[in-house]
Design a protein around this ligand. Structure first.
Ligand SMILES: O=C(O)C[C@H]1C=CC(=O)O1
Length: 92
């Protein structure tokens, strides 16, 4: 199943910079791993915002939740998920 996911990163003002840098590096490594495996199909920055829109290809809601909640930056993200169905006019 495909899911459209929007992630907005909310950095607390009092977060330790070195700790946050470590989490960002871990997030990048995990995001790259999931892209290489084909699970994280698209990852786009929303221009002008610390946010992304992504497309995930997973078996079901439970797998998506496990992946999202395991992301290193999960505690600092507001996440909105939209399940996608095939459009009848889509040719690809
Ligand atoms: O920067 C972001 O949008 C948040 C998160 C998603 C992938 C990644 O590397 O960081």
């Amino acid at each position: 199943m495909l899911y459209h996911v929007r992630m907005d990163v909310r950095v607390p003002h009092d977060v330790d910079a070195a700790t946050f840098d470590r989490l960002k590096a871990a997030e990048k490594a995990r995001a790259e791993e999931l892209q290489r495996s084909g699970t994280w199909r698209h990852l786009w920055r929303i221009a002008g915002e610390y946010a992304n829109v992504s497309i995930f290809d997973v078996a079901d809601h439970d797998e998506l939740h496990a992946i999202l909640s395991g992301l290193p930056l999960f505690p600092f993200m507001q996440i909105a998920v939209t399940p996608l169905a095939r459009h009848p006019s889509a040719i690809a």
